[in-house]
Design a protein. Structure first.
Ligand code: AMP
Ligand code: ZN
Length: 479
């Protein structure tokens, strides 16, 4: 499988540290507000990676943190704590809003078929791990104390700016206007590991540490939580592109200084979902949520499909019109799959199935090309093979794409059978009975018991029910 690696800026053959096993770390949400659908684009694409690795036979262990402390309103250590701001906005405690929005996040994930990671760890559960790691960084000379805070000394590294295109200039981007630079820092790129002194003194959650009562910086949490659960060598680290710098750059600095060797081999960054007016941002307070999509009558699967239609390394523009198009496409797709359900069961054409699978895996093996994987899905529908083979291939693909294809199609088939039966004046019970007879006749034909098949047709005809055979299966009409 080829995967684009942000470290080498090219697609690389994915080779895990331990054959057959993959360790995967995902930066989790900062739980001071609902996740917006931009955040969820990142989690959907990471979910595809997770599911596809499993589909390809790897035993995946995936870990995600929950940021419930330490993430400031700027990524460059300035501003207020986001959690505290959220708590103040809602007149609740930090822990109350953390619990509420963590729950809301996993509800959204469920609605979008995003698999829960194997380990989910809130930052506030790991304070002693952070303290121990920071102590080692101090002992090794990679950190220093200044003005009551502990800082990471980036000048001690051979290379700090590991991701392409990020330089010292970018540090200014994360800093809000009007916030002066931190005079305690020895180098511009240095960052806080532990705060005891902040301009915002009313931090709600504080812990005892060797350096005084305080709280951790944001970056240390991901380094520690990853190493705690996935060990010293990580296969894949994921996140949205905004996390590459400074967050992931700082994670690498901390881990490699702590370990004394290379830490993570592959970095996957998902590009942003933007609106026509720019980046969707949680801190701006105005954003689109999964609940809003549901309230407006969209199936969350239409949004998942919308995301899968484009590549994760391209920005994606959200508009209601684009989502409407995805919703129509989803509905048509389900309609076509539903039409297969009336066809009789036949033996699966293994050769065709293998070819379908190959087209699908070729697409995803090429840096998770989900839009080509969807083309593979449509090619199944178009192919000249029996419905049973098509159903099997679609089911297989949907175990990765997770668009609820088969469930939605059988619901649609049942609903259209019901409306067809009501149109012909047949009760749903009778329609069900006729469908059972149609299936029995198809089975009889398959077993070459033509006498039985004809008997069923004649028996129904005698009751005024005519069977109509076509390439896509059998339907009925009432005289
Ligand atoms: P946060 O809760 O702000 O820490 O962000 C959660 C995840 O969403 C991170 O991986 C971010 O990089 C990612 N993210 C933030 N904004 C966007 C966006 N507009 N589009 C896609 N992903 C985003
Ligand atoms: Zn992180």
């Amino acid at each position: 499988m080829l995967l684009y690696n942000s470290l080498s800026h090219q697609k690389e053959e994915f080779v895990p540290v331990e054959p057959g096993k993959v360790s995967m770390y995902t930066c989790g949400p900062t739980v001071y507000h609902y996740a917006h659908i931009g955040n969820l684009r990142t989690y959907i694409m990471e979910d595809i990676l997770d599911r596809y690795l499993r589909y390809s036979g790897y035993a995946v262990k995936r870990v995600m943190n929950i940021t419930d402390v330490g993430h400031l309103t700027s990524d460059a250590d300035t501003g207020e704590d986001k959690m505290l701001k959220g708590a103040r906005r809602e007149h609740k405690t930090v822990m109350e809003i953390a619990a509420f929005y963590t729950n809301a996040f996993f509800n959204d994930c469920r609605a979008l078929n995003i698999r829960k990671p194997d380990v989910i760890e809130p930052a506030t559960h790991c304070i002693s791990d952070f303290i121990a790691t920071i102590q080692v960084l101090l002992d090794k000379g990679f950190a220093y104390e200044a003005g009551g805070n502990i800082y990471f000394d980036t000048s001690k590294l051979e290379q700090y700016y590991v991701f392409h295109g990020f330089t010292e200039e970018d540090l200014a981007v994360g800093v809000r206007e009007g916030v002066e630079a931190d005079g305690n820092k020895r180098n511009k790129a240095d960052f806080v590991l532990w705060f005891t002194k902040s301009k915002f003194e009313d931090q709600e959650l504080k812990w005892e540490s060797p350096w005084g009562l305080g709280y951790p910086g944001w970056h240390i949490e991901c380094s520690c939580i990853s190493m705690k659960h996935l060990g010293e060598r990580l296969d894949i680290h994921c996140g949205g592109i905004d996390n590459a710098f400074p967050h992931h750059t700082n994670e690498i600095a901390q881990c490699e200084a702590y370990l004394g060797h290379k830490w993570c081999n592959y970095w996957m960054h998902v590009l942003h979902l933007n609106t026509a007016s720019g980046k969707m941002s949680k801190s701006k307070g105005e954003f689109l949520t999964v609940d809003l999509l549901k309230q407006k009558g969209y199936d969350p699967m239409a949004y998942r499909l919308f995301c899968l239609q484009s590549h994760y390394r391209k920005n994606l523009v959200f508009s209601w019109e684009n989502l409407d198009n995805a919703a129509v496409t989803y509905d048509k797709l389900i309609g076509r799959i539903a039409a297969l359900s009336s066809a009789p069961d036949e033996s699966v054409d293994e050769e065709a199935l293998t070819a379908f699978r190959k087209e699908f895996t070729d697409a995803l093996d090429n840096d998770l090309n989900t839009s080509l994987a969807l083309t593979a899905l449509y090619d199944v529908l178009k192919a000249d093979t029996n419905a049973s083979t098509k159903r099997k291939a679609l089911e297989d693909m949907d175990s990765v794409l997770c668009l609820n294809l088969m469930e939605a199609a059988s619901r649609k088939a049942a609903a259209s059978a019901e409306s067809a039966s009501s149109g012909t004046g047949v009760s749903p019970e009778l329609a069900e009975e006729i469908r059972a007879k149609i299936q029995e006749r198809a089975d009889a034909k398959k077993a070459k018991d033509y006498a039985r098949a004809d008997a069923i047709r004649n028996e129904l005809a005698a009751r005024g029910i005519l069977l109509i055979d076509s390439k896509d299966g059998t339907t009925f009409q009432v005289k």
